[in-house]
Write a protein that binds this ligand. Structure first.
Ligand code: IPE
Ligand code: IPE
Ligand code: MG
Length: 260
């Protein structure tokens, strides 16, 4: 147990990345980092393995990335794990992806609890198989008293559906008199989204060389800094997250204003 705590809390002092981590911590850390974890299938294909082997490997990277995000002081880590469009994949692959939360949380939930991580989820719960939902709900329940890093899984998440649902909800609340149309502004609309309790991402990372959003957080990413890499998700390492955060720290965010 002690070893595990040490592993989480202290970077290996001999690690060449240690200095970079310390440097990063001296400047502004992106509070919310969102990642489109892509390229598992191609990783497997390159090795003549079935696609699911790539998903399995990718799961280990989720653990490492969470660990480092926690160490860096990132407040929210949103991971795009399954989109509303991913149901189009072969049943066997979908079934495997739906087993991953159980496998991941079955192994790492105690570690997440210990490390003060809060597990959360955005996405449509209704269509998830019960075993998937139960694993996620147990993790959310077991970590609800924690107040450290929020590990937010986007599971069966789709941004367009989320926006349509928010619009419908707004219309309903206007009709029933809960809200007045004149009150509706960006901040109130945001509160109708699945991310209502989270700040917008500061940094978006997408792996595997694809330069697109694939229906991810279209509203929330309006002023987010993007960082794309050719690296496939199962090959994404501490070094890459550090590189992304370093790149973020060199950016000048203007939000439509002028340079400060
Ligand atoms: C990302 O890897 C994982 C999910 C979308 C669930 P992919 O499975 O999309 O891998 P590629 O893009 O086919 O390589
Ligand atoms: C986006 O990746 C969804 C996730 C990473 C969960 P996809 O692999 O589904 O995206 P496309 O199909 O290449 O746009
Ligand atoms: Mg993909």
């Amino acid at each position: 147990m002690l070893n595990r705590i040490k592993l989480w809390k202290k970077p290996n002092p001999s690690s060449p990345l240690r200095d970079r981590i310390e440097q990063i911590k001296k400047a502004a850390i992106p509070e919310h980092v969102a990642i489109i974890m892509d390229g598992n299938g191609r990783w497997a294909k390159k090795r003549a393995l079935p696609r699911i082997a790539g998903h399995h490997e990718g799961m280990k990277v989720v653990r490492n990335t969470t660990k480092l995000a926690n160490q860096l002081g990132i407040k929210v880590l949103t991971l795009y794990a399954f989109s509303t469009e991913n149901w189009k994949r072969p049943k066997m692959e979908v079934d495997y992806l739906m087993k991953l939360p159980e496998e991941f949380l079955g192994t790492f939930l105690p570690e997440l609890v210990e490390e003060n991580v809060q597990v959360k989820m955005i996405g449509y719960k209704d269509q998830l198989p019960l075993h998937t939902l139960h694993a996620i709900e147990k993790a959310i329940e077991d970590t609800k008293g924690n107040d450290g890093l929020i590990l937010n899984f986007a599971l069966n998440y789709g941004s367009r559906a989320e926006i349509i649902d928010a619009v419908k909800h707004v219309l309903k609340d206007c009709k029933s008199g809960i809200m007045n149309e004149s009150e509706l502004d960006e901040s109130l609309f945001s509160s109708y989204l699945m991310t209502s309790k989270l700040a917008d991402p500061d940094l978006l990372i997408r792996t595997s060389g694809e330069i697109r959003l694939s229906n991810f957080m279209l509203w929330q990413l309006a002023y987010t800094e993007f960082w794309f890499t050719e690296v496939l998700w199962p090959d994404f390492s501490d070094e890459h997250l550090i590189e992304a955060v370093e790149a973020f720290q060199k950016r000048q965010r203007r939000f439509g204003g002028v340079k400060g």
